[in-house]
Design a protein. Sequence first.
Lengths: 222, 243
Amino acid sequence: MSSDTELARFDLVERLVHWSTAIMMLTLIVTGAILYLPSLALRVGHRGLVENIHVITGLSLLGPLVLGVAGPWRKRLIKDLRRFDRWGASDFDWFRGPARRSGLPRDKFNGGQKIEAAFLGAVMVAALVTGVIMRFAPSSWITWATGATLVHDALFFAIVAAVIAHVAFALSRPDQLVSMFNGRIPRSWAKLHAGAWLSEVEVSKGEVSEADLAGPPGGSSP
Amino acid sequence: MAEESEQSSGRPDPGTKPVHMGRRTVLGILGLAGIGIAVGAKVDNALGSVSSAVSNAIGVPLPGDDQFRFYTVTGSYPVIPADTYELTVEGMVREPLRLRLADLLSMKRTTLVHRFQCVTGWYVPNVHWQGVLLSDVLEHAGVAPEATALRFFSADGEYTESLTLAQAQRPDILVADKMLGANVTADHGGPVRLYVAPMYGYKSIKWLNRIEVTNQVVNGYWEDNGYPANAWIGGSSSVSVVP
C-alpha cells in the first residue's frame, strides 16, 4: 500500500454531526445544571432565558444527525451507525477487559464505543421526549409531567456520567481523539485495535468494490 | 446461526455474527423511559422520603425527592430585611394600603397545608403555609366595583403575575409570610410571597411587594414565556384544597 500510514476514519459529515451535537450536548448539560441544581439556579438566575436556551437547544439536538442521514452525503455515517448496531463476537469479547480478551480482530469501533453510542443516542431521544412533555404538555397531563420530570432528572445524571466517560476515554486515546478532528487515523492503530476494519479497508483499496462483495461469490470481478 | 443475518448490510465483517445490540440497547432505554413517564408519578410518591434523605445528605437534588427547586428570573434575588418590608396595595381601591410585616401578622391568619406543584412536574407535598388570605387583604383595601383583575409585582423588578378578581376570592390563596414552619426565606421569595394553592407554582410570585387592582388581566413573566394565565393544576378549577 502506498498511502498506508493513515486511514480515513471519519468523513466531514460525520465530524460535523459529532461536533455540532457535542456543542449542543454541552450547552444542554450546562443550562440543565443551572436549571436543576439550586445553588447554581440561585447564583445564575435569569431562569426564563436559561430555560429558553435549554429548550431550543434540546429541540434542535437531533437536527445534525437527521441532516447527516438525510442527503446523499449520508453513506459513511449510515455505515458507521450500522456498525454501532451490529455486534460480533469481538465486541462482546471487548468487555472482558484488556487482559482477558481473546485477540479477535475488531471492528472500527469496539464494544465499549458501540454501547456508548447506542446509550447516548437513546438517552438523547428519551431526554427530548420527556423534555417536550415537561415544557409543552397541557396542564391536565400533570401526572405524566411528574413522570417525565423523574425520568429527565435521572437522565441528567446518566448523561453527565456518559459524557464524562466519553471525554475521559477520548483524552486517553490521542489517535482516536485526533481522528475526530482531522478524520484520519494511523494504520498502526487500526492494525492493533481494529483488525477487522483494517482488512475491510484494504480489501476495498485493492480495487474490490463493495458491489462485488455483496454479490454472489465468484461473480464478475475486474 | 453464524451467517444468517449477513445479507442486510452487504459488508462482510470477519469474525462477526451480527447481533443487533445497538437497536436492543436503544429500545430498552426508550422502553424504560416510557415506563418512567407512565408510572413516574407513583414512583416519585414512593421515593419521596428516601430520595429526600439522600439528597439532604449529599446536597444535590435527586430524582423523586421532595425538595424545592429554586427559581429566580433575574441575575440574583432580593434579600429584604423583615423590618423594612412593605407591601403596597393600590390601583382601583378605596384605600391604598402600605402593609408592613407586623401589619400582616396582626391581621386574620390563615394556615394551609398543601403541595407546591410546579408546572414542569416536580412537587413538594404537605407544605405548611401561613399568612393572610389575599381576599382579606383586598377587603381591607376596599376594591372598586368596576375592578376585575390583579397584577402582582416582585421586588426583583422583573417577575410579575396576574389573577382575576374572581380567582382572588378563593379561600386557598395566601399572602404568605410563613412556609415550612418558619419565616419565608429569601431564596423562597420572602419575607412575603404569594401562595396560589390551586394553580401551578409560577403563579405563586416570590418577593411580592406590590398588588395593583385593575380592570384588565395583564400577562405576567411566565405567561409572556408561553405558560397559561389560568394555571389550574390538572387543568380544572373545581378542586379546592380547603376541606
